[in-house]
Design a protein around this ligand. Sequence first.
Ligand code: SAH
Length: 248
Amino acid sequence: MDGFRLLMEFHIEDERQGPGGSAETKRAIKSAGLNKSEPLRIADIGCGTGSSTLVLAQELNAEIIAVDLFPEFLEVLESRAQKAGLSNITTNSASMDDLTFEPEALDVIWSEGAIYNIGFKNGISLWKRFLKPGGVLAVTEITWLTDDRPKEINDYWSSEYPEIATSAQKIKVLEQEGFKLLDYFPLPTRCWTENYYKPLQDRFASFLGKQGRSDKALQLIEMEKKEIELYEKFKDYYSYGFYIASKM
Ligand code: SAH
């Protein structure tokens, strides 16, 4: 099994596939000035099993296109939407760097914990054409919380994701790409621990059992353990930042 597929199987049983929270999604909706008063067309890119998609569908009067590379995630999303009685979501299995929306077709582009797959700057520059002028972009992206930090954590994240930067640097990228910042806030610790790492840790043993303790599965769990350990040790230095901006 290739690494990407194994990762999908590891994450499919979770409510979310990255750090985040419903309260934070709602806060970002508010920051974006979005409400039920007007019909909206929204793409949720890298939606996974729909943690943010379901909140958007509940909170807004929107037609939502939920996009993810893995049809398996989208199937889970569809059944969660059905259970919640939400009929305003359609799914699209596609790569986020190969989207086929019409130019200026969307009021909102939402993407939590996913743009890193193609890079923050690259993603924004590829996606902005699909937004109407004045349309909203709301993305989360891993962000340094301080200008300086211990070498151990600096080296780890700089090698995992070289584009990691401070919010000031990320906001500058947004501005260079033609966006006006509406709000920025870092995700609180609970979004990483209670909402994301804890449910994952609870499934380490059953996942390893299911995978017959294969070398690749053992390796994956070791990597996750290391990431969690580093988070516990260095959580004051980084988080995901929520960036909410409008297209000029
Ligand atoms: N937004 C969800 C999932 C975040 S995890 C949440 O917050 O819970 C990142 C997601 O991006 C995964 O669902 C993964 O399948 C998806 N993904 C990774 N590479 C992708 C690509 N090239 N195109 C579309 N989706 C991709």
